[in-house]
Design a protein around this ligand. Structure first.
Ligand SMILES: [Zn+2]
Ligand SMILES: [Zn+2]
Length: 158
């Protein structure tokens, strides 16, 4: 039992860590995992395991496993203003360490500021606001450059 859930957790981490700067709903994670499974078992070995697919992760087991990953500090729950779904983001990626993340309200994509810029911003806030930012936990919401230029003409008249 414990071993089985470890296997699922590993599959979850493997999936999320290959998409470090993306937001996923539980549904999207389950779908992504199923897709990966299909790729791996595509060579006609499907009948091999009775559990269904290799990782055999259903939506409900994604739900069950996420809190543990969250508690371990590997996954961060993100809510986006104006969106009802809850998103999850992998935060164990080395390239994301010490970076402040930016979330686009329009397209939902996540970007990260370089660690140097992030450090400077944190320093500025600390010096001027007397507030110490938790960089790994910070997701700033706004509009990305792409969406801004796409909507630029529409918004100009305001
Ligand atoms: Zn990142
Ligand atoms: Zn955008």
């Amino acid at each position: 039992m414990a071993e089985y859930s470890t296997k699922q957790r590993k599959a979850l981490i493997r999936f999320l860590s290959t998409h470090p700067d993306e937001l996923f709903t539980v549904e999207q994670i389950a779908e992504g995992l199923a897709e990966e499974d299909e790729k791996r078992t595509g060579e006609g070995e499907k009948a091999e395991s009775g559990e269904g697919s290799a990782a055999g992760i259903s939506r409900s087991s994604v739900y069950r496993n996420l809190p543990a990953l969250e508690a371990a500090g590997l996954v961060k729950r993100v809510s986006i203003p104006g969106r009802r779904e809850v998103f999850y983001r992998f935060k164990g990626s080395p390239s994301c360490r010490g970076c402040i993340h930016l979330s686009c309200r329009s397209c939902g994509r996540i970007f990260h500021l370089g660690s140097e810029t992030s450090a400077k911003l944190a320093e500025y806030i600390s010096e001027n606001g007397g507030f110490t930012l938790d960089r790994t936990d910070t997701v700033i919401s706004g509009i990305c450059a792409k969406c801004k230029s796409r909507n630029g003409n529409l918004n100009r008249q305001t």
